[in-house]
Design a protein around this ligand. Structure first.
Ligand SMILES: Cc1cc2nc3c(=O)[nH]c(=O)nc-3n(C[C@H](O)[C@H](O)[C@H](O)COP(=O)(O)OP(=O)(O)OC[C@H]3O[C@@H](n4cnc5c(N)ncnc54)[C@H](O)[C@@H]3O)c2cc1C
Length: 474
């Protein structure tokens, strides 16, 4: 760039960093992304973790929030190689009697299988699924005055409670309660904590409204499509550029950090006032994760046929069991029977393994920075619902919290959502502030999942941060 300062430098190329850069480039700004790793993508990378030809998602695998994202849906990502695959069932949740409760794309089909809870499921989901496009616009982002007050109030009324509170308030049967528990298990909160219900509902609504799809070829394709669009818009990306301090950056009029508070404190240092630094230092990180990827000689032999048609399988049994697992990890204990979130991409995308072979992706929550090896316990849970699973394992790759953090310094203690998303920190992240993306240092913005709406691949933290930066640049 012939000495002229960039309008913006983005530190980090996760989906939010890429999203921020695309949004600024769309507004005609000159943008440079600096990425520490040798490839782009952050939480959206795909690699041969086990054996040659087996393409595993290192982090994210299933992407309801990418489709629910009003920002991503505006971008021509299909023109840049992104193709979504929708498994016949978004979610299956096996039970000990050999059956499974499922979330089908249709609310009615899902409800009809819930017996005496059918009516309650329809009553809970139907109005919000019907208004989902408006809900997503209203709720996935910073707190705003709602434009669709009745719909938003309906969601808030149902969601300002815990995951188990939602399950017990609405449903009587163990399968329906288990289905809600599986959704709430994504919140990275104990099932007794508010607002687990909000995460469960948002993911359930998305399952019906937009599906729980996977990109053909793996989550790397999301990053690649965003990067390709960015380059077309004139943006530049440099990899192998770990930023230790802002003092090493080339001249720029603004800086957007795809980093979480712990790193921001180091990288930005004294340019932030003491009070703000103090608040960042008080930012809370939650449970870590333990992840296993397998190369398999065949598909997972689930006892329930429904599980063989689902992209995501929630492996953990009943509401009480899942609640016990999440509570244990939150309180610093190792769960004996962990709640396992599992994806099985090759059932629907054979391009990701050699002919006839398969991959599987799974993780469970563990205490922050835990060093426990959960491989046995995770495999025992899968074996419980799919006897013979272990016989198919050709190779496995495991990552504990320390490995997660070494892989991406944003994953403090193995936490993957940019910080605890309890009622306070879901909206007031990273610190309570009228514009959570801005910092007291002029021109420095935060665009990571440590800002609203938090974790997940939706690019919206980047989008909102970019809009703030663009106003500053105008
Ligand atoms: C195991 C796992 C499974 C997940 N599953 C899902 C899922 O199925 N669906 C879903 O929607 N979400 C999932 N997520 C969450 C999702 O991946 C994250 O919420 C999302 O990636 C956050 O995006 P981000 O842009 O804020 O940050 P990140 O994706 O963390 O990207 C940050 C980038 O900044 C780079 N960086 C860090 N420090 C520096 C530095 N000092 N200098 C330069 N670059 C730096 C990192 O290398 C990284 O590339 C998962 C995450 C993990 C780890």
């Amino acid at each position: 760039m012939s000495g002229k300062p960039y309008d913006a430098i983005v530190v980090g190329s996760g989906p939010n960093g890429l999203g921020a850069a695309v949004e600024l480039a769309r507004k005609g700004r000159s943008v440079l992304i600096l990425e520490a790793a040798d490839t782009i993508g952050g939480g959206t990378r795909t690699k041969e973790l086990t054996l040659p030809g087996f393409l595993h998602d290192v982090c994210s695998a299933i992407h309801p929030m990418a489709l629910a994202s009003p920002f991503f849906s505006e971008l021509p990502l299909a023109e840049h190689g992104l193709e979504w695959i929708h498994p016949p069932l978004p979610i299956a949740h096996p039970l000990d009697d050999g059956t499974a409760v499922v979330l089908d794309r249709s609310v009615d089909v899902t409800a009809d299988a819930l017996g005496s809870d059918a009516k309650a499921y329809r009553r809970l989901m139907s109005p919000m699924v019907a208004g989902s496009a408006k809900l997503f616009r209203e709720l996935i982002g910073p707190l705003r005055i709602p434009r669709h007050a009745i719909l938003t109030a309906r969601f808030a009324w149902r969601s300002v409670r815990s995951g188990s509170g939602l399950a017990k308030r609405w449903f009587d049967t163990p399968p329906a309660r288990a289905l809600i528990a599986g959704l709430a298990g994504h919140s990275q909160l104990p099932l007794e904590k508010t607002p687990g219900a909000a995460i469960a509902l948002m993911l359930g609504i998305a399952g019906h409204a937009v599906g729980w799809p996977m990109p053909r070829g793996g989550s790397q394709k999301i990053a690649d499509a965003l990067a390709s669009l960015l380059r077309k818009l004139g943006g530049t990306i440099e990899t192998n550029r770990r930023v230790a301090s802002l003092t090493e950056l080339p001249p720029s009029r603004s800086i957007l950090l795809d980093l979480t508070p712990r790193q921001i404190l180091v990288v930005v240092g004294d340019r932030l006032p003491a009070r703000y630094r103090q608040r960042l230092a008080g930012y809370r990180y939650g449970m870590g994760i333990f992840k296993v990827d397998w190369a398999l000689s065949g598909p997972i032999p689930w006892r329930s046929e429904a599980c063989r048609r689902a992209g995501t399988v929630h492996v953990g049994g009943t509401l009480d069991e899942i609640a016990a697992s999440e509570r244990a990890s939150w309180n610093g204990n190792i769960p004996d029977r962990p709640f396992v979130l599992l994806a099985q991409p090759t059932l629907f995308d054979p391009s990701r393994a050699p002919a006839g072979k398969h991959i599987a992706w799974a993780y469970c929550h563990v205490p922050h920075a835990s060093t426990a090896d959960m491989t046995e316990r995770i495999e025992a849970q899968i074996e419980r619902f799919a006897p013979g699973f272990r016989d198919l394992v050709l190779a496995r790759h495991v990552m504990n919290p320390a490995a997660m953090e070494a892989y991406n310094p944003n994953y403090i203690g193995g936490e993957i959502n940019g910080g605890v998303a309890d009622l306070w920190q879901l909206f007031a992240r990273p610190v309570p502030r009228f514009n959570p993306y801005s910092t007291p240092a002029a021109g420095i913005y935060i665009c990571s999942s440590s800002t609203p709406p938090g974790g997940g691949v939706h690019g919206l933290c980047g989008y909102f941060a970019a809009r703030s930066a663009n106003r500053f640049l105008s």
